[in-house]
Design a protein around this ligand. Sequence first.
Ligand SMILES: *Cc1c(COP(=O)(O)O)cnc(C)c1O
Length: 365
Amino acid sequence: MTHPLLGLAPLTAAHFATIERRVAALLATDNDVVIMQGEALLPLEACIRGGARPDSTALNVVTGPYGQTFGNWLRDCGAKVVDLAVPFDTAVTAAQVEQALAAHPETDFVSLVHAEAATGNTNPVAEIGEVVRAHGALLMLDAVASVAAEPLLPDAWGVDLCVIGAQKAMGGPAGVSVVSVSERAWQRFAANPRAPRHSYLSLLDWKERWIDTGRRALPHAPAQLEMLALEAAVERIEEDGLGAVTARHAAASRAARAGARALGGGVVPFVGEDAAAAPVATTIRVPAGVDAAEVVAKALASDASLPLVAGGGALASEMVRVNHYGPDATEDAVRKSLLALGAALAESGVKVCLEAAARAVEETW
Ligand SMILES: *Cc1c(COP(=O)(O)O)cnc(C)c1O
């Protein structure tokens, strides 16, 4: 008996290195790229544990739930953490980051999330990167929800550590993830006596055992299926063209936001300003008195394949997410999602206009 997922030849070092190069090209980066063998929280934690130390001061920009997680890791490393939090339905501005750095000139590490799928906002990284670069701090960016959904240029923007995963707009696997590491970041890790070594969290291990030895032998057996799936996801983006893929996500975002507004009845996009809306996913606020989790359950009962989920945690009752990413970044998926949402809201007594929403999606796409 053969099975398509079983009995594959081991992934060679040369093949692994090829996948690395293709991912680096996707990020337009000349920095080293490390493909860590776990979900994106692995490289994110690795970057923080490698870069932060007890004498560090870290500016942690909080625009959603991931920023909160980073703050906890930074504090756990003994760093002094300055949280710059903004309401989750907006974006942080470069001016706010500049002010925070001026108030804490000793800051040597900045953690920032590019786009937040959980809240549907996106931050102006190009401008923020300029400010951080001028200050001299190391910049770590969580770009899991922005890669392939919107422009992402870590080198041009001065990002020292750029973490991506393939499970969102790339339409790929969640089990391996990638970080680009600048020369400055390597030096920082090497100078940090607390940076993980001989550990699953160690980026320095990858540098010493894989990069510096000429990428000839892998330190351990790679997550083969996930690596092949990552390669397939990158290949599909190469074939479609990265610009076309990001354009589809931008169109999905515009259409979903227009559709939500056209539904009426008090339904509004959660993120008010178009410029702050993440192309990866659209978050929608349901009217007071309606439970978002119930509305999503009703909508999914009509079609379980729709990319709809209720908000996480405290947002579960008031927010619906349309995860129009990867293969769901289509006009069809957005229209069906908005119509199913509208029908479920109508069932709950909200006066919505389905025809207007369908028209808005079509005209905006
Ligand atoms: C999705 C996402 C991740 C990865 O989290 P998973 O829930 O495991 O997919 C990390 N950071 C951000 C900002 C994300 O949106």
